[in-house]
Design a protein around this ligand. Structure first.
Ligand SMILES: C[S@@+](CC[C@H](N)C(=O)[O-])C[C@H]1O[C@@H](n2cnc3c(N)ncnc32)[C@H](O)[C@@H]1O
Length: 268
């Protein structure tokens, strides 16, 4: 089933929009990454890029306990779902969800203490995203993000094909570390998401949702074929997760200007 088929995306979103998260990650990993941001102010200004339906946005708001979060995603139905959840969680004064493009987020430069992004920066290219974040953070501000990386050479063709489609420029841990440093950040720390972070809020609810929809589409061969295709991803992960990983990176802008073009020549 080709992803050019509009039916594919209809069913894809019927599965994905119902999940607590649209990618790997869990509360414990968010807490661990937040713990690496040691010098955050007590009530930080946070930007969550590519927030999806906001699973991590809401967890982050609860973990931080004060301050504000602007959450941006380009997919309007995900933002609508997050907008509905914010008042239900008593977070209306602290969290704002808006439709937008992370390449042009329309937020004031140098205004954030922390930028968060789980599994989303790759959509505009990691280096481009790092550049955008560099401009939006205040000096000393933190960037916490996850990114997929290869872990073993020569992955099986079906694994390679899945990532080639979704993330053709995916690199290795060292490539991301180099990008972070070359884009003017200091690397504070990084860790690999444990396997349960792929299942808790992502693949387990995905398999449950696919099973539910198999009933709904029992007499619809095209939809059933799309569900088969979507079911392959968790299955491949079961077999081949050793070939790739999601890495959580925490980086920081130096307190002094970090890129040559930012250092003003002294006036004569
Ligand atoms: C893999 S999902 C991760 C969602 C969420 N952060 C999570 O971990 O559950 C990637 C998200 O990036 C969003 N996205 C893709 N390109 C974007 C862009 N240019 N600007 C903003 N969001 C974008 C998608 O709509 C999707 O919700």
């Amino acid at each position: 089933m080709s992803e050019a088929n509009p039916r594919f995306w209809e069913i894809f979103f019927e599965v994905y929009e119902s999940l607590p998260r649209q990618g790997p990650g869990n509360r414990a990993c968010a807490a661990r990454a937040l713990g690496l941001c040691r010098d955050l102010p007590q009530a930080p200004a946070i930007l969550d890029l590519g927030c999806g339906v906001g699973g991590q946005t809401l967890q982050l708001a609860e973990l931080v306990g004060a301050g504000s979060i602007v959450a941006i995603d380009s997919h309007p139905p995900s933002i609508e779902r997050l907008q509905a959840a914010i008042p239900e969680r008593g977070l209306a004064r602290r969290v704002r969800a808006i439709v937008g493009d992370m390449a042009h987020p329309g937020q004031p430069q140098g205004s954030f203490d922390l930028i968060w992004s789980e599994g989303a920066l790759y959509n505009i290219g990691l280096r481009k995203a790092l550049d955008v974040c560099h401009g939006l953070l205040r000096p000393g501000g933190y960037l916490a993000f996850t990114d997929a990386v290869w872990r073993r050479k020569n992955p099986p063709p079906e694994v390679r094909a899945g990532f080639d489609q979704e993330y053709p420029t995916m690199g290795w841990l060292e490539d991301d570390v180099a990008a972070i440093q070359e884009c003017g950040f200091e690397l504070v720390g990084h860790f690999t998401l444990p396997d349960e972070a792929w299942w808790e809020d992502f693949y387990t609810p995905m398999e449950t949702r696919i099973a539910e929809l198999r009933g709904k589409y029992a007499n619809d061969a095209e939809a059933s074929a799309i569900l088969d295709q979507l079911a392959e991803e968790p299955e491949l992960h079961r077999r081949y997760s050793g070939f790739y990983a999601y890495e959580f990176f925490v980086a920081r802008l130096p307190l002094a200007p970090s890129r040559p073009e930012m250092i003003q020549a002294p006036s004569q």
